[in-house]
Design a protein around this ligand. Structure first.
Ligand SMILES: [Fe+2]
Length: 595
């Protein structure tokens, strides 16, 4: 029987990603950066027409300074022949090969949002029957939040940076929306103009702190060290729906809003009073207070929006997507300060994950097919065969610096690696299909002992080279999570940052952040049997049901994708041991010295 086959692509300022959806099931999804090994690879450089499209009319050098992406202001990429663009072919081939399909099998290509015409032409030349659909950016985010959630009905919060200029708003861009989903349908309740963009607010503070675009997570980490001094000042200007302010004139120009749920402070003017952080300057209390301020304002707005949604929809379930949805600290505050009982945050909440929303929008919402896909895991990369792993490993057999052992019994492998972790070594772990989202969730992870006070510094000085204020995260056995963290729901995608229970911080200091929170991943056997097996082995040795988990990459590089990437990364860094599928690699000199 003919299968329904949808290819979905998103080309945004955060990357280029693709997904294959067959009969309503998201089979594979990945981002271009994983294949090209170029962080946040956006396929084409940002061109002059992109700047114009998004209303970025200031001096381009302003953007080039803090947007960590390639620019080319000379060339117009709108007329390029995409068939000749190797990067595009690489992503397309990855998806087609993984799903064992050809372009003849494809019914729909769903796409957003730069260079639509050249992509449409490419697919229609290959197969004229392909239907080409370009959905709205924020409606796709709403679909991404709700359609793959486990809920039949739910409130939906899209909190984002900015979308694409639209005809129906006379060229205005949105920054998010609130809606209600039931079955196949999503009813938009309210949309937010770009002027009150939470992502825009966060990006402005992030820039002030000397971080680049896509580095909002650093601001979130720094916020834990701040005081409320600047926040107290700024929040006086934060307004929620009330009778004491009138925002009609702000909106009636294009979007025609009669009211707004919130009005952000004029943070652009506010930030002008502070100097930009210089490159080699240490982080002062002012910087920490600025980070604290933007984090708390974001939390205030999201909690307000959640409560509004709760009252308006009466639902117990909340779904979140949009780039701000990656803010795990704010998500947790929404969970504990709103009346929602259940929360689903898309594991790849930003624009890269939009490919999932777009595909399900077409299959479920537009074509009215039943929802069958539930995002229970984020391992959407392709499966490497035993032969491919073997070939990668074979290249290093006989290498005199490493000892390689193959384990036929996986429990023995878990025990061996768990002992190495408990002995204080830095290890890395490659198995199964890669994570689609930005978090390593136990398939492409660097793993260490969370009990050690000095582990954070050791990891930073030897492997990760990250700023010392950024926290490392725990992967904990789901059934023991509540014992350590103030969390009574699962957090499978590391998108909630609960408080560490009093007294427990002393047991796991390497994953407890300065504000006593931890960015938790709860691990269950049915979702990730091998990772669960490894953590259980560590628990048997130490009594602690968690490991420290960080992404398997080094600074400025994407997370490893192939077995070969994993071995190369292991050998070129100061990681002591590596597991690739059933193989354990140990650097001989590391183990000789400390044995
Ligand atoms: Fe977005």
């Amino acid at each position: 029987m003919k299968r329904n086959c949808i290819l979905s692509f998103t080309l945004s300022g955060h990357g280029f990603s693709g997904a294959v959806c067959i009969d309503g099931d998201i089979k594979y999804a990945t981002s271009l950066e994983r294949i090209t090994r170029e962080k946040n690879d956006i396929l084409f450089p940002i061109s002059k027409s992109d700047l114009e499209t998004f209303g970025w009319n200031a001096d381009p050098s302003t953007y080039m300074e803090y947007i960590d992406l390639e620019f080319d202001l000379e060339k117009n990429y709108a007329d390029i022949d995409i068939a000749g663009v190797e990067k595009f072919q690489a992503l397309l081939n990855y998806l087609l090969e993984a799903a064992e399909i050809s372009l003849n099998d494809v019914d729909v290509v769903v796409y957003s949002y730069r260079h639509n015409e050249i992509v449409r032409r490419f697919f229609n030349e290959k197969n004229p029957k392909i239907e080409f659909i370009v959905p709205e950016h924020h409606f796709s985010h709403a679909c991404q939040a709700f359609l793959p959630s486990p809920f039949d009905e739910a409130a939906i919060m899209v909190v984002d940076g900015q979308g694409v200029p639209m005809k129906r708003t006379n060229g205005d861009q949105l920054s998010g929306s609130l809606s209600y989903g039931k079955g196949l349908d999503i009813e938009t309740l309210i949309e937010f103009p770009v002027r009150y963009s939470l992502g825009g607010l966060y990006a402005a503070f992030t820039k002030k702190l000397g971080f680049k675009t896509n580095q909002e997570g650093k601001t979130m980490g720094l916020a834990a060290y701040g005081t409320s001094k600047i926040y107290d000042e700024l929040k006086k200007e934060l307004k929620f729906e009330s009778l004491d302010f009138d925002v009609r004139k702000v909106f009636k120009k294009n979007l025609g809003f009669h009211n707004a749920l919130y009005v952000l402070p004029d943070y652009v003017s506010f930030l002008k009073q502070f100097p930009d952080k210089k490159k080699d300057e240490d982080y002062s209390q002012l910087h920490k207070d600025l980070a604290y301020a933007v984090q708390k304002i974001t939390e205030d707005v999201m909690v307000y929006l959640a409560n509004w949604l709760c009252e308006k929809t009466g639902s117990k379930n909340l779904c979140i997507a949009g780039g701000v949805g990656l803010n795990c600290v704010a998500n947790y505050q929404v969970l504990i300060r709103s009346k929602f009982e259940n929360i689903f945050i898309h594991p790849n909440a930003g624009d890269n994950g939009l490919v999932v929303g777009q595909a399900l929008y077409v299959y479920n919402n537009l074509k009215r097919n039943p929802r069958i896909y539930v995002d229970t895991h984020d391992y959407l990369g392709k499966q490497y065969t035993e032969k491919e792993v073997e070939n990668a490993v074979e290249k290093y057999t006989g290498n005199e610096d490493v000892e390689i052992t193959k384990y036929e019994n996986l429990n023995e492998l878990y025990d061996s690696l768990a002992k190495i972790i408990a002995d204080g070594y830095i290890t890395s772990w490659f198995q199964g299909r890669s994570e689609f989202g930005p978090r390593a969730l136990g398939n492409r992870s660097i793993i260490a002992d969370p009990r050690r006070h000095d582990m954070k510094d050791i990891l930073n000085s030897r492997v990760k080279f990250r700023e010392s204020f950024r926290p490392f995260t725990p992967s904990v056995l789901a059934e023991r999570s509540n014992e350590f963290f103030e969390l009574d729901v699962e957090s499978p995608f590391m998108l909630l940052a609960p408080y560490v229970r009093e007294g427990k911080d002393k047991l796991v200091p390497a994953i407890t952040h300065a504000d006593n929170t931890a960015r938790v991943q709860t691990v269950t056997k049915d979702i990730n049997e091998r990772y669960y097996g490894l953590i259980s082995a560590f628990e048997r040795i130490t009594g602690i049901p968690m490991v420290l988990d960080t992404s398997f990459n080094v600074a400025d590089e994407p997370i490893v994708e192939t077995p070969d990437d994993a071995i190369k990364c292991f050998l070129s860094t100061d990681i002591d041991a590596l597991v690739v599928d059933k193989y354990l690699f140990k650097k001989k000199k590391k183990f000789l010295i400390t044995a």
